[in-house]
Design a protein around this ligand. Sequence first.
Ligand SMILES: Nc1ncnc2c1ncn2[C@@H]1O[C@H](COP(=O)(O)OP(=O)(O)OP(=O)(O)O)[C@@H](O)[C@H]1O
Ligand SMILES: [Mg+2]
Length: 162
Amino acid sequence: MEQRTIYAEWRIGSLQETAQLAARLASKAVPGTVIALDGDLGAGKTTFSQAFAAAIGVPGIVNSPTFTIIKEYEGASMPFYHMDVYRISIEEADELGLDDYFFGSGVTLVEWATLIEELLPANRLELYIEHTGGEERLIRAKGIGEPYADWCDEWDKMGAMA
Ligand SMILES: Nc1ncnc2c1ncn2[C@@H]1O[C@H](COP(=O)(O)OP(=O)(O)OP(=O)(O)O)[C@@H](O)[C@H]1O
Ligand SMILES: [Mg+2]
């Protein structure tokens, strides 16, 4: 079945605006929410994830999971699963049983998600972060299936961040 797909985008001017956007997205999160992050090295995937984690109430420090691949955080409004699949092959990723996270009781953010695209759930929010100079970022969202297409529809109609 073809998934309904809707796009939205934001022009971010500062670190603080990235945090605001992360908080806005975090307010939508429910158990089973999956956000697939992409963008070049240093684009801001981990920075976005940290602000997202703070927004749902994850206590303590959220580090880059580049070396741990998957990190689980408890103590927030729901479990927070933070992944970075940059260093593993698709075969290795397949053996991790990622569906337990994607369809589990928490919200999952995946850095470098395109590398494991075929393992991602069909319905997901994809975010592409592009460094456009200084603290500026272009963040493009692709909402695939429900509820993500609805979210993007709402954001697209709302226009750029006020
Ligand atoms: N508006 C912004 N949004 C996000 N990060 C920003 C912004 N402005 C500046 N930065 C800085 O850019 C850097 C982004 O690094 P970060 O580790 O988040 O990137 P990444 O995409 O996770 O990289 P990697 O591919 O290595 O995992 C940080 O030092 C952060 O402070
Ligand atoms: Mg990172």
